[in-house]
Design a protein. Structure first.
Length: 128
């Protein structure tokens, strides 16, 4: 009954993301699988994976590895539909590394987007 309730809320059995993580982790070129998120949408399973690669790789090489992970996930997980694979350089993988604001104290000051004097900074993106 718990799995039926979880499925009603788009939940996936815990072993399925673990399997996806293992499939991605053994793909050539993947250094780390930081996160795997999965959910059901009707009769299709959706997935997002954050992987870390060698930061010295070219964009083309990184893209090829991400495509390989995408392909491996599709062929190894039943019901999976068009997984999203996000690539980060090794050591900077995962949502926590990209989160602005609360909880990410290493980047808190630089990325505090409050409109207060002294918060101006230049790091390549606009806040407008």
């Amino acid at each position: 009954s718990k799995s039926v309730f979880s499925r009603l809320l788009d939940g996936v059995e815990p072993e399925v993301p673990d399997e996806a993580r293992n499939v991605a982790a053994v793909t050539d070129g993947v250094r780390e699988v930081a996160e795997v998120r999965m959910r059901w949408l009707w009769h299709k399973m959706l997935a997002e994976a954050n992987i870390a690669l060698d930061p010295g790789l070219s964009v083309v090489a990184g893209h090829d590895i991400a495509e390989d992970v995408h392909h491996q996930l599709l062929h190894n997980l039943k019901y999976l539909c068009n997984p999203t694979v996000h690539v980060d350089p090794g050591g900077l993988a995962g949502e926590e590394e990209h989160r602005h604001g609360l909880g990410n104290t290493d980047r808190q000051d630089e990325h505090d987007h409050a409109e207060e004097p002294g918060n101006e900074h230049d790091h390549g993106h606009s806040h407008n």
